[in-house]
Every structure is written in structure tokens, then in C-alpha cells.
Design a protein around this ligand. Structure first.
Ligand code: NAI
Ligand code: MG
Length: 504
């Protein structure tokens, strides 16, 4: 995509006394040629049914809804809208499968989970393209991050299936039963993997509902699961909106709810299951502090800031959306950050050069634009890169606000878009206090040359995941989850396994 912008002219005096222009000129003399990922290997049906009891079945009420490509606003396919009757059918299928599945020798269960992982790897290219078409994320990310990590989760939990006695010595781990799993639209296949892999590896059966704007990779996963020969009803995958999610939450024969999504829906779920035996893990919103100390390696830190907030269009619960820069380096960091922002390519998610793809939905774009307006009105200094954006589709240029204060809504509320709120600080104590002054507690980042500062600050931040001199690094062996309004429970690693077990 061709991008044009006017760089501010910076001049210095050269050795012969003449003025030389040293300003960075982005995309003026050159631009990337299009590098589209091919789509001819991808098969998407015109219509998808519900995956219940090992078969694709029509929704009882016969209702369907469209899923669109947010980069083109065109309909891709239509998927079933599951009613509470369909949910009931899926719960019955999962309940029926639970007895035989949970009593299967653990190493046999492990083999199925391995098989799913390997088949996901075989179909990785197709899954990556579909993820980008359906959700808008850059192919570079779906290809290199989402899909490989999703397969890695299945591999990781397949390995634990027959080793529970080592994972939890002197306990008698037992599966919980039927798990209802509700996932969001920002990492569709990855969230399906986080939820399904640990649950089935240890003998539970599941009903998973994908998010309304991104159902396709979950349905592709259903096809893989069917092809893998997983016993009928162990995994049921359904599509629908909030009502379908609520029907899962309220179904009396569900033993555990695993939810990732907004804090507001997390609160509804917690109220709905209060007083029942249902167990829950809730992974909700975030407003992470990314802290740059004055001894940090600044160029790496700038890359970390960019990755922290512009990765996946900023649709990331652990996004480093609040930047805190120590005063001594603030000017340099912000200059370098603005320059780096100008190089980011916004556009076609299927182009391999694209850094920032399409905003997931019209609704989410409206939310982001609402917050940009609020930020301007609150008096923060607005800055946006000057790149071109396509005419159709939902787009947002990389954005930052300077001179933000703690009380600003853009510093307190989750925007879930490519919008960074920047503040400065003088002392370590001050930044710890500011970083913790939020209702959320999911993640944080620290950049410094000194290990002692890392230990000091990480021990005082109330956040579930803290990265030092890096950001947004994920591994199936590493637990993930939050404090406060970011939810509770952990996914990944052994804690992620424990969330699907009764330890007796
Ligand atoms: P949402 O929380 O409504 O959607 C997440 C999932 O929950 C979807 O599958 C949805 O169908 C389901 N759901 C909705 N209402 C439900 C209910 N009453 N009971 C059970 N399930 C229900 O999030 P939405 O509206 O798509 O996004 C709004 C905001 O939420 C975003 O702007 C962002 O700030 C935050 N969000 C955070 C996510 C995270 O990963 N922490 C993911 C998605 C959204
Ligand atoms: Mg879509």
C-alpha cells in the first residue's frame, strides 16, 4: 500500500556551514509493492451449521446470520444462530460423551489431542488466511502468532494428559464434567485452543461458542475435530451472539464456565452463577502500564511500545495502552515513537507487509472513535500517523495522546484499539502508584537496564502478567490471567490445567 505523509523538517548545520535537512521522510521515494497472501487454497462454505454430537446440524429455529470481512465490508458466509434449544442439545451431547471420555485411558485421550494439534499445523495456512479474512488481523500475525500458538496449546496439553499424577502429586485429580466456553473476537482460534485443549486433555467435555464477528476458524476447528475422529460430543462448537452465550451460562447442567471478553459481561456471568455449583474462570479487560525507565534500551523500548499497543489493531486485553516514560528520556522516546508510527502500514490484512489490519467491526470502530473524541475533549494532545487508509472497510490509524492525566477517561477505560495514552513520571514510587491506579490488573511491561529495578517494580505492580524488556510474549507453559476487574483464574501452564480439575 502506498502511504504519503509530510514529515516535519529538521535542519542542522553541516561541517561546511550549510543547512542540511535531516528529517526522516517516510514513504516518499519508495513504497512497498503489494505482497498478497494467496487465497486459492482456502475453502469457506456459503453456510455453516452447528457442530453438535460430532455432526453438523441445522439450528432448531432455522436462523442464520452473516459474518463479514471487516476489510471489505462484504459478506463471507453465514452461520447458524443457536437458540437455547440448540444449547440444550449441545449440553446433552456433551453430558452423554463425558462418561466414556473421562474414563478413557489418559494416554488415549492425549493421542486425540496430539492429532488435533498436528492437523491444525497441516492446515495452518488456510486457518491463517481465514482468521485474517473474518477478523481483519494482519496475515503476518495470524500466520506467525495466532495459528502456531493455537496448535502449541493443543501439543502442550496433550503432553499433560497422562501425567496428572506428576502435575499434582498426592492428589486425585478428576475432571469437572461439562464446560461451557465463551470466547471473544480478538484471537478467535487461539482462544478456542486455550479453552478446549486443557479441558478435553483431562477428560472434560465442552460446548464452545465463538464470537459473532469471527465464527469461521472455530468452525474450521470443528471440521478438524470431526476429521480427527474425536468421539462424538466431546467438543461441541456453536455460533450465536450474547443470547446464546447467556443460554450456556444459565444452563443447569453445565459444571464450569470459562469466559474471555468484556468486564461488563464478566460481571453478568458472575451474578448469573452466584449460588450455583458452577466453577468459573473469567478473563476480562485490561489497561496495562508499559513503563520506560531512563536507563532503558530506548530503541528496543520503542519497538516494545509499538508491539504493546498496535499489535492486533490494539484489540488485545493485555495491550500496553498506558505508556509511562521517565521524564529524562520522554522527549527522545516520543520523537522515536512518532517516527516509528509513521512507518506502520495500515491496510489489507492479507498483504504480508501490513502491520495494522482492519478494525474488527463497525461497532468496535465506533467505540474507538468515541474514545478519540473523548481524549481530544479532555484536553490531551492528539497525534496520529499520516498514512493513507483504504476507502472501504473499518480502519484506524495508529494514534497517541500526550499530556494525559490519571483522571482522563482515555487513561482509565479500555479502548481496545490502536490508541495509546502517554504520561511521564519522575520517580519509581510515583510510577508504581500511577500504574496501579486502575480498576484493572491484567498485565504490565517494564523497560530498564537494571535487574534490581525489574524485581522491585514487578513485585509492587498488581498485574497478573508482567513482561520485562519485552512485551506480548506468550507460551502455552506460561499462565495468563488477571486481578481486580480483569477477572480471575489462570489459563496456560499447570494452573490452566487445574482450572478444569477437582483435586479431591
Ligand atoms: P463481549 O464481552 O460482549 O463479547 C465476548 C463474548 O461474550 C462473545 O462471544 C459474546 O457473544 C459473548 N456474550 C455477550 N453477552 C453475553 C452474555 N450476556 N452472556 C454470555 N456471553 C455473552 O464483548 P464485545 O461487546 O464484543 O466488546 C466490547 C468491549 O469488550 C471491547 O471494546 C473491549 O473493551 C472488551 N473486550 C475485551 C476482550 C478481552 O479479551 N478481554 C475481548 C472482547 C472484548
Ligand atoms: Mg467476520
Amino acid at each position: 500500500m502506498k502511504t504519503k505523509q509530510k514529515a516535519t523538517v529538521k535542519k542542522v548545520t553541516s561541517t561546511n556551514g550549510s543547512m542540511v535537512d535531516i528529517s526522516l521522510k517516510f514513504n516518499e521515494g519508495w513504497s512497498y509493492s503489494p505482497a498478497p497472501e494467496s487465497t486459492d487454497h482456502v475453502s469457506i462454505k456459503e453456510r455453516y451449521e452447528l457442530f453438535i454430537g460430532g455432526k453438523f446440524v441445522k439450528p432448531i429455529k432455522g436462523k442464520y446470520f452473516a459474518t463479514i470481512n471487516p476489510a471489505t465490508e462484504k459478506k463471507i458466509s453465514e452461520v447458524a444462530n443457536a437458540s437455547s434449544e440448540d444449547v440444550d442439545k449441545a449440553v446433552k451431547a456433551a453430558r452423554k460423551a463425558f462418561g466414556p471420555w473421562s474414563s478413557l485411558p489418559a494416554r488415549e485421550r492425549g493421542k486425540y489431542v496430539y492429532r488435533i494439534a498436528r492437523m491444525m499445523q497441516e492446515k495452518a495456512r488456510e486457518l491463517a488466511v481465514i482468521e485474517s479474512i473474518d477478523g481483519g488481523k494482519a496475515i503476518r500475525e495470524s500466520r506467525d502468532i495466532d495459528i502456531p500458538l493455537a496448535a502449541a496449546h493443543f501439543f502442550y496439553y496433550a503432553g499433560w494428559a497422562d501425567k496428572l499424577d506428576y502435575a499434582f502429586p498426592n492428589k486425585k485429580p478428576k475432571p469437572l464434567g461439562v464446560a461451557g466456553q465463551i470466547i471473544p473476537w480478538n484471537f478467535p482460534l487461539l482462544m478456542a485452543a486455550w479453552k478446549i485443549a486443557p479441558a478435553i486433555a483431562v477428560g472434560n467435555t465442552v460446548i464452545l461458542k465463538s464470537a459473532e464477528t469471527t465464527p469461521l476458524t472455530s468452525l474450521k476447528l470443528a471440521e478438524i475435530i470431526q476429521e480427527a475422529g474425536l468421539p462424538d460430543g466431546v467438543v461441541n462448537i456453536i455460533t450465536g451472539a450474547g443470547d446464546t452465550g447467556a443460554a450456556i451460562v444459565n444452563h443447569p447442567d453445565i459444571d464450569k464456565i470459562a469466559f474471555t471478553g468484556s468486564t461488563s459481561v464478566g460481571k453478568i456471568i458472575q451474578k448469573a452463577i452466584a449460588g450455583t455449583d458452577k466453577k468459573a474462570t473469567l478473563e476480562l479487560g485490561g489497561k496495562a502500564a508499559n513503563i520506560i525507565l531512563d536507563d532503558a534500551p530506548l530503541d528496543q523500548a520503542v519497538e516494545g511500545i509499538i508491539n504493546g499497543i498496535y499489535f492486533n489493531q490494539g484489540h488485545v486485553c493485555c495491550a500496553g495502552s498506558r505508556l509511562f516514560v521517565q521524564e529524562g528520556v520522554a522527549e527522545t522516546v516520543i520523537r522515536k515513537l512518532k517516527d516509528r508510527m509513521q512507518t506502520l502500514i495500515v491496510g489489507d490484512p492479507l498483504d504480508k507487509n501490513t502491520d495494522i489490519g482492519a478494525i474488527n467491526s463497525k461497532e468496535q470502530l465506533a467505540t474507538i472513535n468515541k474514545y478519540i473524541k473523548i481524549g481530544k475533549k479532555e484536553g490531551a494532545d492528539f497525534y496520529q500517523s499520516a498514512c493513507d487508509i483504504p476507502e472501504r472497510g473499518y480502519w484506524c490509524r495508529p494514534t497517541l495522546f500526550l499530556n494525559v492525566s490519571q483522571s482522563h477517561r482515555i487513561a482509565q477505560e479500555e479502548i481496545f484499539g490502536p490508541v495509546l495514552a502517554v504520561q511521564t513520571f519522575r520517580t519509581v514510587d510515583e510510577v508504581i502508584e500511577k500504574a496501579n491506579n486502575t480498576p484493572y490488573g491484567l498485565s504490565a511491561g517494564i523497560w530498564t537496564d537494571k535487574g534490581s529495578k525489574i524485581f522491585n517494580i514487578t513485585s509492587k505492580l498488581r498485574a497478573g502478567v508482567i513482561w520485562a524488556n519485552t512485551y506480548n510474549k506468550f507460551d502455552p507453559a506460561s499462565p495468563f490471567g488477571g486481578y481486580k476487574e480483569s477477572g480471575f483464574g489462570r489459563e496456560g501452564g499447570l494452573p490452566g490445567l487445574q482450572a478444569y480439575l477437582n483435586l479431591g
